[in-house]
Design a binder for this molecule. Sequence first.
Ligand SMILES: CCCCCCCC/C=C\CCCCCCCC(=O)NCC(=O)O
Ligand SMILES: [Zn+2]
Ligand SMILES: [Zn+2]
Length: 513
Amino acid sequence: MAARRFVSSVCGFLSSIFALLLIIVITRTFVLAPRKHSAEPCQPQDTDFIKVEGELLERFQAAIRFQGVSYTPHVYNGEELAKTRDFIIKSYPKVHSSPLVEYEVVANYSLLYTVRGSDALLTPFLLMGHFDVVPVENREKWEEDPFGGNVKNGFIYGRGTIDNKQTVFGILESVEYLLKNGFQPKRSFYLAFGHDEETGGLEGAAGLAERLREKGVEKLEFVLDEGMTVLDGIVPGLDKPVALIGSSEKGSLTLKMSINCTGGHSSMPEKESCIGAMARAVSLLENNPQPSMFGTGPEKATFEHIAHKMALPFRVVMSNLWLFTPAVSWMLSRKPTTNAIIRTTTAVTMFNAGVKVNVIAPYAEVVVNHRIHPSSTVQETLNYDKQLVNDPRIQWDIIAAYEPLPKSPYGDTDFGYQTIRMSAEQVWAYAGVVVAPATLIANTDTRHYLNFSENIYRFSPTYMYPDDPPRFHGVNERISVKNWEQAVNFYLHLIKNADEAKLQPLHSHGHEL
Ligand SMILES: CCCCCCCC/C=C\CCCCCCCC(=O)NCC(=O)O
Ligand SMILES: [Zn+2]
Ligand SMILES: [Zn+2]
């Protein structure tokens, strides 16, 4: 009898706990879930629209043909970068002759533009990008010449099409169009195009930032650089495209692990070689990823912004991360793209060892590239590696490191973020785009501009499907002609929206192309 009473009271207790949990989950899903922006009531339609055809397409194709490759800091193809610089100056006559525009070459190849507004009381903003590109490997795997700029099946193929010539030339096309059509900005703005972003911007962005300081620029309303993109079919549970605006940026730690061995004749090998020891270390690093930080950083806001647009099961889960964080963390860790949002990533990018087939390798070295989650640090990342590998023979050298960058605001009244959001919604309203803040999983030149503004954002108007992320720095980098046109019009909207003294209601219309 007593046992039965005990069992029934336990069942009663568990049922009430379950009921309470259910109420919390339902309330958080349908009542408390933050309603994020959607297009506000239409204002007079902004009919400005740049159609990319003819010379606008040919100019971008020509831009792709320049092989301005940067290899390591201060090592790049200067001749091709100079050709790119000169092509820019020649191709946009209005930009380079308007009385509203001053421009100058910085550090031999980078370009800085000042577009003067009429209202000196309005704080200027900065749009930036870079026209150097990473080298091309596996050329034989490309469907088209990586420096041909050819169009195939509606796509412009080439190194730099999405990283980052679409930004540089999208901005230039929109400014040329605006100046041709008599645009006279109220708010001044700067354009900064770097020539060595892929190797840290030590000459370009560093020089451009220094030049801004020399010109007396102290504060920028906001900064927009390359960054996250529009993702379609990549975020689990979301059947609409999402424009992720990088309001934070991961840190970076590039390590060299090295080991010395006796060497000698390969006929008398030790039990373990340098190569074997280093392979063991690499295997440990790859099989024991840095811990998930999901729910501790800006990625939480990303999902809070998009939860209400997700399919119901995902919406319930994403609105109740207090209960489902372990499950969501596991799910997001399964793909390289979403995994990059939730943890410090570990990429073994170089492995060098061995001198000859019959000589025991006297030395082996490995380069590991970490991108550090905003909730972690350089030291924590290094400590984790050393503790995991735990091999006193291995020497650790830091090649380059910087902490995660400061987080920028994304509230309803934050001019920079909202201006970028509105501009993205104007271009992709037709597709039902959702906009959300996010952590940029890679790095940019923005760290050179931290002193000018707390409102620094990383977003490229690049529309990506699931098979597109590997094209960054990879094979068959490409952008559709349709997306190139959207990119140009994104910057057109952005410059016009940013010219307002304060935030305006969105006139939502998309350019279904
Ligand atoms: C729920 C969130 C899912 C996130 C999925 C992210 C998919 C990847 C999309 C865009 C990221 C691309 C990075 C673009 C900037 C790269 C610039 C660059 O190469 N910098 C140099 C470097 O990082 O080494
Ligand atoms: Zn890149
Ligand atoms: Zn880039």
